[in-house]
Write a protein that binds this ligand. Sequence first.
Ligand code: ZN
Length: 165
Amino acid sequence: MSYNHCPLCANSLVVQPIGDKPRQCCSNCEFVNWNNPKPVTAVIVPMNSGIVLVKRKYEPFIGDWCLPGGFMEACETPIEGAIREVFEETGLNIEIDKLLEANSPGRNINVIILFYLSKEASGKPVAGDDASEVKCFQFNNLPINIAFDLHRKLINNYFAKIKLY
Ligand SMILES: [Zn+2]
């Protein structure tokens, strides 16, 4: 993200090269806008021979389906963030099995996504505040409108492996 004014002292910012990149720097204090990516979690939650997806209630890709997950909160571990987000969006209490992949979508979307696999979940998924619907999908009834390239890739990889077992 870029700033209009210094978030520390509200003075004006100038763009100047630091290291190998132009960066916003404060004209008054030591603030530098490093623009580091924000960490996000996303979880493959196996259930009923399928996985749990949530229908997006907000932009971007409102109405499309995606893996449950979201931005980490300050001072929580990635696993705590993943468990919390899945609970908030689906009502399911999950246990993380393993980290599948850490990746960035590119195209100026400044996040790093930690993809986890949870252990088989049980119970009835219930859509939380930022999901309009939550549902279990098997491979042969996956929705066509799945948001985010990386989510699609991870979902396809997951089912491709399952079919080999
Ligand atoms: Zn400043």
